[in-house]
Design a binder for this molecule. Structure first.
Ligand SMILES: Cc1cc2nc3c(=O)[nH]c(=O)nc-3n(C[C@H](O)[C@H](O)[C@H](O)COP(=O)(O)OP(=O)(O)OC[C@H]3O[C@@H](n4cnc5c(N)ncnc54)[C@H](O)[C@@H]3O)c2cc1C
Length: 471
């Protein structure tokens, strides 16, 4: 419970209607997209503008009350679970597009804007914002920025960090800072914009963003390559990149994922294949034709059983939408779905897929694997049941081994979902003790009282396991 003196001042800042501490509001903001994590906040607040955010932070800083910024709560790392209580600050009311600058090709907007609404708006103006997390129908741009989200187009176009060029943010003290701007070049001091992108609400509250837009590609083609041999599919990924073609999308789905996606989306996918690759190329029509033909040759030379090219845009869209629904489709299998996010150099995709299968078999758990194979970012996904403590223990042990295998192959513990609560104990495996110390010092400089999303990124204690061989 918040002291009444704090609650009444919060009501004074945003108005009676926009601060809640009733049981329903607290429970609905006690969890996010991550399974098996829940912790009640003491209040939920919905600011309308930057000045209100600043006033809220000044007050909470004064009383040392934790504050968790929240977009739509779709993150998969426990990033918005208020583990130390305090106030959840929902950014949904700050959802305006402030400007689309057609001369500079930038958009300036508020963080609570829905990602798909923004992408559709920009496309309506004949422009392109490539970051496309599969959750875009629900997620917010602020959440995408704070997690540095990626998506199906990350391979060719990069991720959120490549499009954020300016930010307005409120520090824990309530001071407002501006970083970057509409500038394509800016080396004035440390790059605070890039530092805030991916900072998971632990350094500042993002209240406005300026994003880079680009011209859309003139044409696109989508194809499916189907494999009886999983290793062949994984090897194709490396071969395509090695041949110096960068497809717009290069996605991998293993057999269990093909089955559930097909059952969900009724696409008539080949259920007897060990894996399929979903590949899209875009650009000038001649380049697209040439690349798709070359990619099809590479797939066949890596023993693809069948290669099929989508007949038209509607069929292509159906395939991409089905891939985006993989998580939702898998979630229908068993009561609990734990979607993870290990990433390896793309030349190691085949080894990583084999390692995941071996680890799953060893721990007797079901793990389906799909993901952005083109950028080495796999989503091994366990379908399990949170009520079965013994099985959950095996699932956790399997994921620990998967993260270890990723790091041993020169990879990382998360490619796009962030550290949050879930990966915090593993962060030191990736960045080392000195890396953690530098990060802690940065956190201290931004948020000396540790009120911004406490308990995230930095674990109380790291996992002890030492990774010996690094590929
Ligand atoms: C079905 C499904 C598919 C997904 N697919 C993808 C995918 O393809 N790629 C991908 O990268 N992720 C994916 N995700 C994960 C998730 O959707 C992304 O991390 C997304 O960016 C979170 O956005 P959100 O608005 O829900 O943020 P939230 O979950 O509400 O918050 C995420 C983090 O951002 C912080 N935050 C939110 N707003 C602000 C702000 N204004 N200022 C400072 N910090 C803030 C929060 O404190 C938290 O740490 C998926 C999730 C689901 C459920």
């Amino acid at each position: 419970m918040l002291q009444e003196v704090i609650a009444s001042q919060l009501r004074g800042i945003v108005g009676e209607k926009w601060f809640r501490d009733d049981r329903e509001s607290l429970i609905t903001h006690s969890y996010d997209g991550t399974p098996m994590l829940q912790s009640l906040p003491d209040g939920v607040i919905y600011p309308e503008n930057t000045d209100q955010v600043a006033a809220i932070l000044r007050l909470l800083q004064q009383y040392r009350v934790p504050v968790v910024s929240r977009g739509s709560g779709t993150n998969l790392c426990g990033g918005t679970v208020p583990v130390e209580g305090g106030v959840v600050m929902v950014m949904h009311r700050m959802n305006r597009i402030l400007e689309v600058d057609l001369e500079n090709l930038t958009a300036t907007l508020q963080p609570g804007l829905n990602t798909k609404t923004f992408i559709s708006h920009v496309e309506g103006l004949g422009l392109f914002y490539p970051p496309d997390p599969s959750s875009m129908a629900i997620s917010t741009i602020g959440g995408n920025i704070a997690e540095c989200s990626g998506g199906l187009r990350g391979l060719k176009y990069g991720t959120t960090k490549d499009y954020v060029i300016g930010l307005e943010a409120v520090l824990a003290s309530g001071e407002i800072i501006r970083t970057g701007g509409k500038l394509m070049k800016d080396v004035a001091g440390y790059d605070l914009t890039k530092l805030l992108v991916g900072s998971e609400g632990t350094l500042a509250v993002i209240t406005e963003a300026t994003l880079k837009l680009i011209p859309p590609p003139k044409s696109k083609k989508t194809m499916l390559a189907m494999y009886k041999d999983l290793y062949g599919a994984a090897r194709t990924v490396s071969s395509i990149i090695e041949s110096r073609i960068i497809p717009a999308t290069l996605e991998f789905l293993d057999n269990p994922t093909i089955r559930v996606v097909d059952d969900f989306a009724k696409l008539g996918l080949p259920l007897d294949m060990a894996a399929i690759l979903l590949i899209e190329q875009d650009g000038d029509p001649e380049t697209v034709e040439r690349d798709i033909a070359r990619i099809a040759d590479i797939c066949r030379s890596e023993n693809a059983e069948r290669v099929s090219i989508a007949a038209d845009e509607a069929e292509a869209l159906k395939l991409l939408t089905a891939r985006r629904s993989a998580f939702t489709a898998l979630a229908r299998l068993r009561p609990t779905t734990i979607l993870e996010d290990a990433t390896v150099p793309r030349s190691k995709i085949a080894e990583m897929v084999l390692a995941i299968n071996e680890i799953a078999a060893r721990h007797r758990v079901t793990i389906c694997t799909f993901g952005h194979a083109g950028d080495g970012n796999l989503h091994p996904t366990a379908t399990t049941d949170a009520r079965d403590a013994e099985e959950i223990h095996r699932v956790e042990a399997a994921f620990e081994d998967i993260f270890e295998a990723a790091i041993a192959l020169g990879g990382t513990i998360t490619g796009e979902h962030g550290v949050g609560l879930v990966k915090a104990p593993f962060l030191e495996w990736k960045v080392g003790t000195a890396g953690i110390e530098v990060m802690r010092a940065i956190k201290l400089a931004f948020d000396p009282s540790n009120i911004l999303n406490p308990g995230k990124i930095f674990a109380k204690s790291a996992r002890k396991r030492v990774v010996l061989g690094r590929g």
